[in-house]
Design a binder for this molecule. Structure first.
Ligand SMILES: Nc1ncnc2c1ncn2[C@@H]1O[C@H](COP(=O)(O)OP(=O)(O)O)[C@@H](O)[C@H]1O
Ligand SMILES: [Mg+2]
Length: 554
C-alpha cells in the first residue's frame, strides 16, 4: 500500500501544527519522521490515523482519496498506530486486550478469545515478539506491552504501522529487540512510520528520513545523512552535538547519602537503602529506566518526600529532615523533574520566578520591601543569557512553552551560588541546540567546584555529562560504573539483569570495589533475552527528551 499525504494543514487556534505537509510512505519501507518536540509529528500521524481532521489537504491510498472520520476508518484502510502512551487495559490479559473493540474492525468479526490466543501466539512466533496471550498486561515490562500494541495492530491487518516515539520508554536492549521486530515487519511487506527525535535511531533503522520543523517538512534525507546535517535541519541552524569536557578533579565530599529508604505515593518501597556520595568538582549521573526510584530519590534529597530511614548530609551538615527551603539555603540548586509542580509558580512573572528562592534577600529585597529594579535587571540578563523566548519578563511563566520554562528554572538554579546542583531530566523538552548550551553550563558548574548530581533516563545525556554513573533499578543503586562503560552493559544493569548490591551501608566504597572488578557486571544473569542484543550501541542515542508529555488528540 502506498500512502500519500498532500498539503496537510492542521491548526489549533492560531497555532499551525502542520503546515502544508507532503509525505509519501512507500510500501515495504521504514520511513522515519524526525523532529524536535513540538514539531508536529504526532499531530500529523493523528491526522493520518483519523483522530484529527485536517483543515486542508488530502490523504491518498494507492492513488485514491481517502477520508478518515475516526481511527476505525483508518484501521479498516489498513493503518495501525502505536501511541506514545499505550492504550492497554492493565487488568486484562494480552488476548483480552487485543480483542477489545474488534467487532467494529475489518476481517475480525468472528474473532473470539480462543482464536485471539491462537493468533497472538502465531504472530508472536512469526515476528519473534515473545508475547504470551495469557499474560496479564499489568505485569508485563513496558517493552512487551509495546509489542502487545504491535500485535493488536497486526491482528487488524495493518499494512502501514505508525510507531510514535516507540523507543522513549525502552532500555537499549529493548530498543534492539524493537528494531529487529521492525525489520521483520518490513521483510513481511509492511511499511513502518517510525517517529523519533533521536538522530542515531533514525540513522540506524530508516530507509528514508523526513525532517519536520515547526510544522513543515524541511527536508528528506537518506539514513546515511550525517548527525550534523540532520541536526541542522531539525533545529534550523548548526549545533554542536557534544560538549567537550576535561577530566573531573573531584575534591571533598559534598553530598553524603547513606541508607536512604522511602516509600512512593502508594506506600510501596520506592527507595531501598540507597547510599552514594558526590564530591565537589564531579558529576554523578544516575541512569535508569524511568520509574525505578529516581523521582523519589530527588524528592527525598530536596525534602519533599519523607524518608523512612537513612541520612542526607551536605558538607557534613545533617539535612535528612530539613524542609526544602533550608536545603536550598544550605546550597542545593534544584532542577526538578516536574517543572510545573515543583519548579515554577505559573501565575508569577518570569522575573519573579527567576528570584523565587532568593526574593526576600539582598539585592532583591531590603527589609520587607522588594527591589523591583534589581529583580527586573536580573531577569533581563538571565533571559538574554539563557535565550528564554518570551515577549516580556513580566509575562506569567506558565504561558511560556515547556522548553522556555525549563530554561527559566535552569537560569535561576545555575546562577545561584550552590554547593550541589541536583538536576532531574535537565534538558527535557529542550531542542538540541539548547541541550548543548545547558550541558556546557553544567560542566562549567562542575569545573567551578560544584558537586553535580544528574538524573536522566536519556543515556546520551548520562554519557555526555557523567564522570561516574550510578544505575538505579527497582529503588536501589545496583551499580556504579565509569563513563567508559559500554552501552550494552549499562542497558543490562538498567534492566536489572546484573548482580545486585548486597549490604547497604558500604555505599560508594562497596560499589567502587565491585566496579573495579568489572567482570561482576558482565556476568549478569541474563534473565532477559535483551542480553544478547545489548552490545550494539546503534540505538542508544537521543538529543533531548524522550518522554515529554504529549499533546493528545483530545
Ligand atoms: N490538541 C491540541 N491542542 C492544541 N495544541 C496542540 C494540540 N496537539 C498538539 N498541539 C501543539 O501542536 C504542536 C505540535 O505538537 P505535536 O504534534 O505533539 O509535536 P511532536 O509530536 O512533534 O512533538 C505543539 O506546539 C503542540 O503544543
Ligand atoms: Mg509527539
Amino acid at each position: 500500500m502506498r500512502l500519500e499525504l498532500r498539503g496537510i494543514t492542521k491548526r489549533f487556534g492560531s497555532l499551525v501544527a502542520n503546515d502544508q505537509i507532503d509525505l509519501v510512505i512507500e510500501p515495504g519501507q521504514i520511513h522515519a519522521l524526525l523532529g524536535e518536540n513540538g514539531a508536529g509529528k504526532t499531530t500529523l500521524m493523528n491526522v493520518l490515523y483519523g483522530l484529527l481532521h485536517p483543515d486542508e489537504g488530502e490523504i491518498q491510498i494507492d492513488g485514491h482519496p481517502a477520508s478518515f472520520r475516526s481511527p476505525g476508518d483508518a484501521i479498516r484502510a489498513g493503518i495501525g498506530m502505536v501511541h506514545q502512551h499505550f492504550m492497554l487495559v492493565p487488568v486484562f490479559t494480552v488476548a483480552e486486550n487485543v480483542t477489545l473493540g474488534v467487532e467494529r474492525t475489518r476481517g475480525l468479526g468472528l474473532l473470539d478469545r480462543r482464536r485471539a490466543r491462537r493468533d497472538v501466539r502465531e504472530l508472536s512466533e512469526r515476528y519473534g515478539l515473545n508475547v504470551d496471550p495469557d499474560a496479564y498486561v499489568e505485569y508485563l515490562p513496558v517493552g512487551t506491552q509495546q509489542r502487545v500494541e504491535i500485535v493488536k495492530a497486526l491482528l487488524r491487518e495493518a499494512s502501514v504501522l505508525i510507531l510514535d516515539e516507540p523507543t522513549s520508554v525502552l532500555t537499549p536492549g529493548e530498543i534492539e529487540d524493537l528494531f529487529r521486530v521492525i525489520r521483520e515487519l518490513k521483510a513481511g511487506g509492511r511499511s513502518i512510520v517510525f517517529i523519533s527525535h533521536k538522530l542515531k535511531e533514525v540513522q540506524a533503522i530508516a530507509d528514508t528520513v523526513t525532517v519536520i520543523r515547526r510544522g513543515r517538512v524541511v527536508g528528506e534525507r537518506p539514513p546515511t545523512a550525517t548527525d550534523a546535517e540532520l541536526a541542522t535541519l531539525m533545529v534550523g541552524r548548526p549545533v554542536e552535538l557534544r560538549v567537550s569536557k576535561g577530566p573531573a578533579r573531584p575534591a571533598e565530599t559534598v553530598l553524603d547519602v547513606r541508607g536512604l529508604t522511602a516509600t512512593d505515593d502508594h506506600g510501596q518501597a520506592a527507595l531501598d537503602d540507597v547510599s552514594f556520595q558526590v564530591k565537589a568538582g564531579e558529576i554523578l549521573g544516575v541512569a535508569g529506566v524511568q520509574g525505578n526510584g529516581q523521582t523519589e530519590l530527588c524528592e527525598a534529597l530536596i525534602g519533599i518526600r519523607p524518608v523512612a530511614a537513612g541520612s542526607v548530609l551536605l558538607d557534613g551538615k545533617d539535612l535528612t529532615h530539613a524542609p526544602p527551603r533550608d536545603r536550598l539555603r544550605a546550597g542545593i540548586g534544584y532542577v526538578p523533574e516536574d517543572r510545573q509542580e515543583d519548579g515554577l509558580v505559573p501565575d508569577f512573572s518570569v522575573a519573579e520566578n527567576l528570584v523565587l528562592d532568593v526574593y526576600d534577600r539582598p539585592p532583591f529585597a531590603s527589609g520587607v520591601a522588594l527591589n523591583l529594579d534589581a529583580i527586573g535587571a536580573n531577569a533581563k540578563s538571565r533571559v538574554d543569557e539563557y535565550d528564554v523566548r518570551t515577549t516580556s519578563t513580566q509575562r506569567p511563566v506558565g504561558t511560556l512553552s515547556g522548553g522556555n520554562q525549563q530554561k527559566v528554572i535552569l537560569a535561576r538554579e545555575m546562577s545561584r551560588d550552590v554547593r550541589l546542583l541536583l538536576a532531574s531530566q535537565p534538558t527535557r523538552g529542550l531542542d538540541v541546540g539548547s541541550v548543548e548550551f545547558v550541558h556546557r553550563r553544567i560542566v562549567e558548574q562542575r569545573d567551578r567546584g560544584v558537586a553535580v548530581l544528574i538524573v536522566s533516563s536519556e543515556l546520551d545525556e548520562i554519557y555526555a555529562l557523567a564522570d561516574r554513573i550510578a544505575v538505579m533499578y527497582e529503588g536501589k543503586i545496583v551499580a556504579f560504573r565509569p563513563p567508559s562503560v559500554p552501552v550494552g552493559e549499562l542497558g543490562l544493569l538498567m534492566a536489572g539483569a546484573a548482580v545486585e548490591t548486597e549490604g547497604g551501608a558500604g555505599g560508594d566504597s562497596a560499589a567502587g570495589a565491585r566496579s573495579a572488578d568489572s567482570t561482576a557486571g558482565r556476568e549478569g544473569r541474563g534473565s532477559r533475552d535483551s542480553a544478547k542484543d545489548g552490545d550494539s550501541g546503534a540505538a542508544s542515542a537521543g538529543q533531548s527528551d524522550p518522554s515529554e508529555p504529549t499533546a493528545g488528540p483530545s
